[in-house]
Design a binder for this molecule. Structure first.
Ligand SMILES: Nc1ncnc2c1ncn2[C@@H]1O[C@H](COP(=O)(O)OP(=O)(O)OP(=O)(O)O)[C@@H](O)[C@H]1O
Ligand SMILES: [Mg+2]
Length: 270
């Protein structure tokens, strides 16, 4: 589908630049002699949530990092609001990166910086805001992720789930048009996981954020997604609405969403 069609379909109006649609076409990533991504094609219209699911090692994080401009794909196209980023010059890529926020699989906080400095990092670098304004924005984002008043703590003083939420607060601090979440609820207790799910939907519903959420949490995937894509061995095996995926008769998809140990997916056992 062409960008114009995506924009029309979603009803998003074009203002100073093209809306934040994401389109990936025949994306390949090879490292050494390993083909990690073998021709991935998918699209996310502006303001929608696409959940990407798949077995461990199938290439989800690699795909997200290519889309976020952190890993350079070997070939193919990634269009972010119309800009093709594969092979793009670093200076231009930085402008596109500014439209995106990333929640990393393993929090990726700066250990030597406090929670406040971690969340404020992008705000300080990209916006010339008075310190009081920055403090207010950081406090607001920390409250949104259920961690009010933790500004002075350091990463070593946080539990895994707390660190994850600080990473989330950092990603949303700049109010990006696109958010890429790599397993945002893994390692969180069910109540906090549900708060994070609500937050992801809130970012879509109130700010029109376009999102890709990589997740292993099937309940959460069916709850928050507009579309779901199943990645298998570096390729998109199935894609559709939650209802279409729920009724999909591909045996690999069925085994995955039903969490069965027996089926076509071969798992190496010791
Ligand atoms: N830089 C690299 N060097 C070598 N192998 C790599 C590199 N990057 C990715 N891979 C390999 O690519 C495959 C996909 O990795 P990736 O981290 O994308 O998987 P994933 O789907 O996110 O898995 P998980 O669900 O466990 O997080 C793995 O086999 C991994 O070892
Ligand atoms: Mg991963």
């Amino acid at each position: 589908m062409r960008p114009e069609a995506l924009a029309e379909e979603s009803g998003t109006d074009t203002q100073w630049h093209e809306p934040a649609w994401i389109e990936v076409r025949d994306l390949r990533y090879t490292v050494g002699d390993k083909q990690v991504l073998k021709g991935v094609t998918l699209g996310v219209p502006p303001g929608e949530i696409l959940c990407v699911m798949g077995m461990s090692g199938c290439g989800k994080t690699t795909l997200l990092h290519c889309i976020g401009g952190l890993t350079e794909a070997s070939s193919g196209e990634i269009r972010i609001g119309g800009s093709q980023i594969v092979g793009m010059k670093e200076s231009e890529l930085n402008t596109v990166r500014e439209r995106m926020g990333m929640v990393f699989q393993y929090a990726a906080l700066f250990d030597s910086l406090s929670v406040f400095e971690n969340v404020a990092f992008g705000l300080r670098r990209r916006r010339r805001l008075p310190i009081d304004e920055i403090k207010k924005m950081v406090a607001e984002k920390l409250a949104l992720v259920g961690m009010p008043g933790t500004e002075q703590l350091f990463p070593s003083q946080l539990s895994g789930g707390m660190a994850k939420r600080v990473g989330l607060a950092r990603a949303i601090a700049l109010s990006p048009e696109i958010l890429l979440y790599d397993e945002p609820t893994s390692g969180l207790d069910p109540v906090i996981a549900s708060v994070v799910d609500e937050l992801i939907m809130q970012m879509r519903d109130t700010l029109g954020v376009t999102s890709i959420v990589v997740s292993h949490n099937i309940t959460s995937i069916f709850r928050i997604s507009d579309k779901i894509a199943m990645l298998h061995e570096g390729q998109v095996l199935a894609t559709g609405t939650p209802e279409q995926i729920q009724n999909c008769d591909n045996p690999i998809v069925r085994q995955f969403i039903e969490g069965k140990s027996q089926g076509p997916i071969e798992v190496a056992r010791r």
